[in-house]
Design a protein around this ligand. Sequence first.
Ligand SMILES: [Zn+2]
Length: 124
Amino acid sequence: MDERLPPPVQAIADRIADGWGEIIEAGPGWFDLITRLDAQLAHLSPGYAVEQWKTKYGTLRYYARPEDIDDIDSQMTFNEIIHNAEDESTNICEECGAPGQQVTLRGWIWTLCDTHSQLRRQSA
Ligand SMILES: [Zn+2]
């Protein structure tokens, strides 16, 4: 995905740790979710590092680690916050951010609202 990211999302992409390729693939409908997730994680661990995020089976996958990886309690909270956001992504259209649901089209799973699911069906 070569599209330019909106500034708040680019700021999160800038957290990507050295040594990680910039794998940041998620539809624009999830940018709000990702921005909210980032705010929660940064609140817990201001210097946390992102490894990548991507879409897998119509679900957001967000890989990140807290600043202090030896703090087991905050690590657990950290992972829980990510897990909740990943769960939430299964109800948000990845194209536009409207309420959506998972649909399977030609063996590929997407999370889409009714409109985008129809559009995707027509273009498939
Ligand atoms: Zn949509």
